[in-house]
Write a protein that binds this ligand. Structure first.
Ligand code: 2IO
Length: 402
């Protein structure tokens, strides 16, 4: 007989197209153990939701090894109690309300400048020509860093991201990632000192002015949260924008509706996030033995929540594999709050702090692009490819327009 190779999230087949495997995983392997990395993978909506919301049973301690070495200190997701509440509030404040209104102006200015050179030719790679520089420049604006530094910051931050989002890492790559993190920290150090002396309206200044328990945040603590925001804001943004356009191009009727009524963009973004979440995995650590679908996950285990699989669970969404901005169970407004049914922003205490910002950012730029990209279509010969197991998105999206 021909032995069947056991399923592995580390296989080339899974990396090429994970969506093909999700139904079978949810039905037959809802608790998949991956021996190569000694971790469990959960794919059912109810199990993922439980892990993300039962904070006592599933901790974020795994970030100590998965993130702290490159974040140079603790990120928000690692904190708890009063410290978490206080520091989270500072970050939330810089991404909502008046601050968000200011940012929308910066988003428009960045987008206009970046798209201009590609408009006369009628061709643009939405990922590499536009999305990536756009995502990083917008984040630099929020942090109060110089936009001209973007290529350098982007290079360092991709090393940091690689460390956090790789399931396996060679010693050489690990060294490279740590080098990137050290250089990013060295770049930030004098800027942090300067903001302590002369604060502005940016997030770095706000963090420098934050006290917890009567003590100002240390350089280490500020650095970690700056890198935290840099990553969380920049890494998923170009992916979400490109995925939104891909879904709309693949569904011309829905594209036409969004063109006629840009108010539908919120729903289109929410449905894009549900169908193809840019962050596919969220790790936690089991505090005690836990049982899922009859399988024991032992205390101390690393558990990966498979967001893409959970979002397509027929127990949570009707006809889950269909992209439909009008789906009755979407709830556009809810999709960007703690009441969201999709899990693309996580759930519970550590749910994404940037949900409102993410919506405003993608909505603003998509509303600018749509009227400029008339008859938008894939460039001749373009072959669509996605990459990534942890964060996932199009490698490129070459578009022609009139
Ligand atoms: C930065 C993975 C891009 C976060 C992480 C160590 C913590 C946390 C996330 C997201 C997105 C990044 N995890 N943001 O999944 O802050």
């Amino acid at each position: 007989h021909v032995p069947r190779t056991p399923f592995s999230v580390l296989s080339e087949d899974f990396a090429a197209s994970p969506y093909r495997y999700f139904a079978q995983l949810r039905e037959e392997l809802p608790v998949h153990y991956e021996p190569g990395i000694d971790s469990y993978f959960l794919s059912r909506h109810e199990d993922v939701k439980r892990v993300l919301t039962d904070h006592d049973a599933f901790t974020t301690e795994t970030f100590q090894v998965r993130a702290e070495p490159v974040m140079r200190g603790p990120v928000l997701a690692q904190m708890g109690g009063a410290e978490h509440t206080a520091k989270r509030a500072v970050v939330v404040r810089s991404f909502t309300g008046r601050a968000l209104e200011r940012q929308v102006h910066a988003i428009r200015a960045n987008a206009a400048e970046l798209m201009a050179p590609f408009l006369p030719a009628g061709r643009m790679d939405l990922v590499n020509d536009f999305g990536k520089p756009f995502a990083v420049q917008v984040t630099l604006d929020v942090l109060g860093l110089e936009r001209k530094d973007w290529p350098q910051v982007a290079a360092w931050y991709s090393g940091v991201t690689e460390f956090i989002t790789s399931l396996t890492l060679t010693p050489e790559r690990r060294r490279h990632c740590l080098d990137c993190a050290e250089q990013l920290e060295a770049y930030l150090a004098p800027i942090i000192e300067e903001r302590r002396r002369r604060p502005g309206e940016d997030l770095i200044s706000a963090l420098c002015g934050t006290e917890f328990g009567g003590v100002a945040m240390s350089n280490r603590d500020v650095t970690a949260l700056v890198i935290n925001v840099l990553l969380a804001s920049a890494e998923p943004a170009d992916k979400t924008l490109a995925l939104l356009f891909k879904h709309l191009i693949d569904h011309p009727e829905q594209l036409a509706q969004v063109r006629r009524d840009p108010q539908l963009l919120g729903a289109a973004i929410a449905e894009t996030l549900r169908c193809t979440p840019p962050v596919q995995l969220i790790p936690r650590q089991a505090e005690h033995d836990a049982v899922f679908a009859g399988t024991v996950v032992p205390a101390g285990s690393t558990v990966f929540c498979m967001i893409g699989a959970a979002n397509r669970d027929p127990g949570a969404f009707t006809d889950p594999d269909t992209f439909d901005i009008h789906r009755a169970d979407l709830g556009t407004a809810r999709s960007f709050t703690a009441a969201a049914e999709h899990l693309s922003f996580g759930s519970g205490l550590h749910q994404c702090v940037g949900t409102a910002f993410a919506r405003a950012e993608i909505e603003t730029v998509a509303a600018m692009l749509l009227p400029l990209l008339d008859e938008v279509r894939y460039s001749p010969g373009f072959r669509y490819r996605e990459a990534g197991l942890y964060t996932r998105g199009p490698l490129s999206l070459s578009l022609d327009f009139t």
